[in-house]
Ligand binder design. Structure first.
Ligand code: DC
Length: 227
């Protein structure tokens, strides 16, 4: 069997990781795994049951009953329900960092992520992919962008999806998540030592995709198909 290749893309909230990771995976015919969507789906499950996401014990109590499926077409199914849209709502975005800071929930989701990445080529994006989930990934990229750029991107994304948002709220949410994600005790957001930093503040999506494809080619020798 030919060797599989794993690509880890980490970085702070709204750095544009999922958009480019999806494109890169499609060009290379790799499987795309959106780990942020899994933390979001878990947050949705906690809130749907009327539990408080700031209550670690209550949130962790539902680990055995929560199922999460990432479908090839991008839909996210949690406990049998299509939550693709619900997990992008401000209510979930504003609470997901609490859920992502609970060690037991992380361990359960990391098990699922490693199982998904087994024996196939993947592009996986998140916060701890290169440092913790796939420490042996062939390519590790740490994608950053200024707070203003990231907030503008998240704002435009919400507007295009018809999700009511204000720019002030998005900036506050991005800052809050940066803080919680990088200060949590277990598997915090930080660049892997062997990651390639990529600042996308002044790049458009196609430029970021090309930069990542070049890094993958340099690191693995993989021929990049015309796209
Ligand atoms: O990438 P995103 O905004 O959809 O991620 C949602 C939240 O999940 C974010 O606050 C950080 C957290 N997360 C994480 O802690 N580890 C990951 N591998 C992916 C996301």
């Amino acid at each position: 069997m030919p060797k599989t290749i794993s690509v880890a893309i980490d970085g702070p909230a709204a750095a544009g990781k999922s958009t480019v990771a999806k494109r890169v995976a499609a060009i290379l015919n790799f499987t795309y795994i959106d780990t942020g969507a899994m933390y979001r789906a878990f947050t949705w499950a906690v809130m749907e049951r009327g539990l408080d996401p700031e209550d670690e014990k209550a949130s962790c109590s539902i680990i055995p009953e929560v199922t999460i499926d990432l479908l090839e077409d991008g839909r996210v199914i949690c406990c049998g329900q299509d939550v693709t849209r619900a997990i992008r709502e401000p209510l979930v975005s504003g609470n997901v960092s609490y859920i992502a800071s609970y060690k037991d929930i992380r361990l359960a989701l990391v098990d699922m992520q490693r199982a998904m990445a087994q024996s196939k080529s993947v592009v996986m994006d998140g916060r701890d992919i290169g440092t913790y989930v796939l420490p042996d990934a062939d390519v590790k990229i740490y994608q950053i962008a200024s707070v203003e750029t990231r907030a503008k991107r998240r704002y435009d994304e919400n507007v295009s999806k018809g999700i009511p948002t204000s720019m002030e709220d998005v900036i506050a949410d991005v800052r809050k998540r940066d803080y919680i994600d990088s200060h949590r005790a277990f598997a915090p957001l930080k660049p892997a030592e062997d990651s390639v930093p990529l600042d996308t503040s002044d790049l458009n999506i196609e430029e970021v995709v090309d930069a990542i494809l070049n890094i993958i080619h340099d690191k693995t020798g993989l021929e990049i198909p015309c796209h």
